[in-house]
Design a binder for this molecule. Sequence first.
Ligand SMILES: [Fe+2]
Ligand SMILES: [Fe+2]
Length: 288
Amino acid sequence: MQTPEAFKKTLKQEVARRVRDGQLELPMLPHIAQQVLLLAQKPDASVREMANLIEQDQYIAGRLISVANSPVYYGLHEVSNVQRAIMMLGLRVVTDLIFSVSVGAKIYRNKQFEGLMNELWRHAVASAYIAQDLTQRFGGTSEHAFLCGLMHDIGKPLIVDTLTDLTKRHPEEFPAALLSDEFVREILDEFHAPVGGLVARRWKFPESLSAAIVFHHEPLQDGQVIEPALLAAVANIFSHACGLGDRDTVRDPATHPFTKAFGITAEQAARVLPELEANATMFVDAFL
Ligand SMILES: [Fe+2]
Ligand SMILES: [Fe+2]
């Protein structure tokens, strides 16, 4: 049996090698998300067509209706079917929600690390809400605001899967008992941005979304601002400050240089934080 230190070293090397050689087993984009995205891009897409597509998956349709009825969106009438949900929220919002629901159901699932996955999922959904909200309040050029927030840490659940898979396939070299929560987090921090980049390529994400994923921890490159990455970075900081993060260090959005670079003053940041916290929590709860 190896020492925990030797185990950590070998496992990190193995993950690094797989990232470098592009040898990670990356899942397909959930089928329904792909279909909905394609249809939403068609200029003549109709509500009926979209509803038909979503109704093919009863689980996803049910989740969509329940989110549409959450206090974040709730209008005067209760939404009882997919077609009404689309008419009330619009094709764009419905596409974002289907993406969230299907990625949550298919990607953020791992029996061995259920608690960690739930935490990552809450953080993703909260960041999506916050990215959208910040764009509406303060402007910004990012075309896919919601998805920039939702997907910024998409590398993380996939690394969790890779690690559990390694311990299952090679129990002697990588004994599951040595895979502590703490160590998994350490690996996630180190590798999630490049792994996210591999996923973005595999899923054929638009360039701006891909940049948000790869550069969300360093959105300012040689004095240049990578806009979608800056949006994801700021949404990430607010999300943590709202208590909706994985156990990353919480930094005060009001004094963070990324917040300032985004054009939000310290005063504005302090003012919107409680409101964002209330709304993002409500939004996350709608997905449970
Ligand atoms: Fe991150
Ligand atoms: Fe994050």
